[in-house]
Design a protein around this ligand. Structure first.
Ligand SMILES: *[C@@H]1O[C@H](CO)[C@@H](O)[C@H](O)[C@H]1NC(C)=O
Ligand SMILES: *[C@@H]1O[C@H](CO)[C@@H](O)[C@H](O)[C@H]1NC(C)=O
Ligand SMILES: *[C@@H]1O[C@H](CO)[C@@H](O)[C@H](O)[C@H]1NC(C)=O
Ligand SMILES: *[C@@H]1O[C@H](CO)[C@@H](O)[C@H](O)[C@H]1NC(C)=O
Ligand SMILES: [Mn+2]
Length: 370
């Protein structure tokens, strides 16, 4: 009798445990699908309503071996594939490939024929207002702000935009283009304008990478990728005007790029180099004094054409530059992004670039001696 009772009790306990297991399993399944569904919902809502900001940077880890296929470059063959953003954003975008598939290598760069802004706009219809672009078929790793110090070079800017927009698109770079225009006719100050570009670009987007380019320099090879590297990057290493060679070992002029972290580590660039020359050497010193090393592309790839021009007015060679670059170690802590002063006069969004006009003051009337 008691043995029978024991048997029945045991059986009940067993059933209860089994039931509990089943319930537990069901709850797990429901939770799992719910979270999964929410995740999908979150993703599609985010990318549909705010596509330009959200989708390229959404970090969706992807198992190895599922190499995505990429659309042919615009105008290329096989463009029957639907390219609408809504369709693409339903699925997570794959990361942009390390080697962009649409690159063509060496380019023919000429400044002969007359260029019009209308033509450049017509040929770059998918650039968003302010000169912003985000690849539609992959997720770029970095957001790149391209900063151009500027005054009275409208003619050069047209060529720069004409060549660079298609190159950057082929490189699958996510970028914005900022022209920093020095207001008035006082002495030009390239490095200060670059510092301003850094801060002003960050007011618009959380950029991770900053490329500082003169307006008259066009790369001759699209394998010279405009993004940031482990170390500060010098891009323009082989210009035609220097016979396609580096003019000296510590040269850092023309086109360079620093990540946000690298830029802040050196307190940005000097604000006290008025007129032509020296500021790029000071930046080079800042980099090496802070334990970093300049990285460069292959000499066959880092080739540039410079648009020929006369020396600008109000940008005479700075006679103080040789003594100033001896003192970087002392000056870099107090002169830089931490001491930058300027006033924004105007911000204008053009179809292919953002024009930020700034008042940067003028050089001290009596330059300090020594
Ligand atoms: C996208 O996001 C930015 C900032 O997060 C916001 O300023 C902008 O209005 C948003 N755009 C849309 C269409 O929601
Ligand atoms: C994406 O996630 C992986 C790990 O899940 C991480 O290593 C990587 O840094 C992330 N990338 C970005 C851009 O957040
Ligand atoms: C994924 O691929 C990368 C590069 O091909 C490799 O370094 C990494 O070990 C791979 N990870 C796995 C989990 O296979
Ligand atoms: C930028 O704006 C200023 C006025 O604020 C103007 O003088 C200059 O021509 C503009 N530059 C470009 C390239 O649009
Ligand atoms: Mn020049």
């Amino acid at each position: 009798m008691s043995r029978l009772l024991l048997g029945v009790t045991l059986e009940r306990i067993c059933k209860a445990v089994l039931l509990l297991c089943l319930v537990h399993f069901l709850i797990m399944m429901i939770l799992y699908f719910d979270v999964y569904a929410q995740h999908l919902d979150f993703f599609s809502r985010f990318s549909a309503k705010n596509a330009t900001r959200a989708h390229p940077y959404y970090n969706f880890s992807r198992p190895n071996g599922t190499a995505p296929s990429y659309a042919a470059p615009a105008g290329g063959a096989g463009s029957t594939r639907p390219e609408s953003n809504q369709l693409v954003s339903e699925k997570p975008l794959p990361p942009c490939p390390e080697v962009p598939p649409a690159l063509v290598g060496r380019l023919l760069i000429e400044f002969g024929s007359t260029m019009t802004m209308e033509r450049v706009q017509r040929e770059n219809p998918d650039v968003k207002e302010g000169g912003k672009y985000i690849p539609s078929d992959c997720r770029a790793k970095q957001r790149v702000a391209i900063i151009i110090p500027f005054r009275h070079r409208d003619h050069h800017l047209k060529y720069w935009l004409y060549y660079l927009h298609p190159i950057l698109r082929r490189q699958r770079i996510s970028f914005g283009i900022y022209i920093i225009s020095q207001n008035g006719e006082d002495t030009f100050n390239r490095a200060k304008l670059l510092n301003i570009g850094f801060l002003e670009a960050l007011k618009e987007e959380p950029y991770d990478c900053f490329i500082f380019s003169d307006v008259d320099l066009v790369p001759m090879d699209d394998r010279n990728l405009y993004h940031c590297y482990d170390q500060p990057r010098h891009f323009a290493i082989a210009m035609d005007k220097f016979g396609f060679r580096l003019p000296y070992a510590g040269y850092f002029g023309g086109v360079s790029g620093l990540s946000k972290t690298q830029f802040l580590k050196i307190n940005g660039f000097p604000n006290e180099y008025w007129g032509w020359g020296g500021e790029d050497d000071d930046i080079y010193n800042r980099i090496t004094l802070n334990g970093m090393k300049v990285s460069r592309p292959d000499i066959r790839i880092g080739r540039y054409r410079m648009i020929k021009h006369e020396r600008d007015k109000h940008n005479e060679a700075n006679p103080q530059r040789f003594t100033k670059i001896q003192n970087t170690k002392m000056t870099m802590k107090r002169d830089g992004i931490n001491s930058l002063q300027y006033h924004v006069i105007n911000v204008a969004k053009h179809p292919l670039y953002t024009n930020i006009t700034v008042d940067i003051g003028k050089p001290p009337a009596r330059p300090p001696r020594g």
